[in-house]
Design a protein around this ligand. Structure first.
Ligand SMILES: Cc1cc2nc3c(=O)[nH]c(=O)nc-3n(C[C@H](O)[C@H](O)[C@H](O)COP(=O)(O)OP(=O)(O)OC[C@H]3O[C@@H](n4cnc5c(N)ncnc54)[C@H](O)[C@@H]3O)c2cc1C
Ligand code: FES
Length: 263
């Protein structure tokens, strides 16, 4: 059951151009949250901006959680101006977490840009719950936007960088980085990033027989399954519709159930 809580900002730091890490004191929400789930942030009380903004949990602590966000529009611009001690009203946890399956030999995370956001919590969960060390592809437009390297090195992960402009690691796309890791049926791949990237990662996994779970994004209003504002097209029928709600049925989906040719 999601909570609605006023949460104090512990810190809000710019970690790369236009990219911030916000840490909130929220023990009640943190106690029930898992990697892959998200919260909805009321950026400012009142009607502007009108809707809460969905954000994934980056890391989950005993007394709260952090999020990583990129300044995108009005809501995130307002968030970037906040400082410690201020209070935000948060709804969460929402959605379903990443499934953790011990039968796979290899756990590969593939992040595109700010799609890195839910992966520190997932990496922690894989290490602590499954006793395995994930591998990660971190892809971004350019070197300055490759985030969280230290976090994954501390977990003992193999880190592979991919940049659009070749300024660090391999020049190419996130899916090229995944191909280099030679995924196969012994792998589970977790992906988060823009839709075209997820589509390409799904295609690699389907061709190599690897299962893939993707964290999807959609614009959201209620965040709790009611308004149908966040649906994406699916290959399977859910309650007579070939549509799934990103907020309630996801945001994590086995990529085989998404109708990728619609995107
Ligand atoms: C489940 C979920 C988890 C998310 N986690 C994170 C996260 O951890 N870090 C992060 O930086 N972002 C995350 N997002 C995206 C984030 O919610 C949007 O970037 C944010 O709501 C934009 O708000 P804004 O007011 O700054 O921009 P707006 O002024 O509302 O919009 C500016 C631009 O962003 C686009 N946009 C708005 N909402 C979304 C959205 N939900 N997804 C994609 N594009 C959008 C609009 O189409 C527009 O082009 C997540 C989205 C979802 C659905
Ligand atoms: S945002 Fe309302 S149903 Fe998903």
């Amino acid at each position: 059951m999601p909570h609605l809580a006023d949460c104090r900002i512990m810190s809000n730091q710019e970690i790369a151009p236009e990219h911030y890490r916000l840490t909130l004191h929220a023990p009640q929400i943190a106690a029930e949250s898992a990697a892959g789930q998200f919260c909805m942030i009321e950026v400012r009380p009142g009607y502007a901006p009108f809707l809460r903004r969905p954000m994934s949990f980056e890391r989950i602590f005993n007394d709260g959680f952090s999020i990583l966000y990129r300044v995108q529009g009005e809501g995130t611009r307002l968030m970037a101006m906040m400082s410690s001690g201020q209070v935000l009203n948060i709804q969460g946890p929402l959605g379903k977490p990443f499934p953790l399956n011990p039968t796979y030999q290899r756990h590969i995370l593939v992040a595109g840009g700010i799609g890195i956001a839910p992966f520190p919590a997932l990496g922690d969960a894989i290490v602590r719950t499954l006793g395995k060390t994930p591998e990660i592809v971190i892809a971004a437009r350019t070197e300055r936007l490759l985030l969280c390297e230290k976090d994954f090195r501390q977990m003992g992960c193999r880190v592979h960088f991919v940049t659009d402009d070749g300024s660090a690691g391999e020049k190419g796309l996130a899916s090229d980085g995944l191909l280099r890791l030679n995924p196969g049926p012994d792998c589970v791949v977790y992906a988060c990033g823009p839709m075209p990237m997820l589509k390409a990662v799904h295609a690699v996994c389907a061709a190599r027989g690897a299962v893939c779970y993707a964290s999807l994004e959609a614009e959201m209003a209620c965040g709790d399954g009611v308004c149908l504002g966040c649906v994406v097209e699916s290959n399977v029928e859910v309650e007579y519709e070939r549509m799934v709600r990103v907020c309630k049925d996801g945001p994590i989906f086995d990529t085989r159930i998404i109708r990728w040719d619609a995107y």
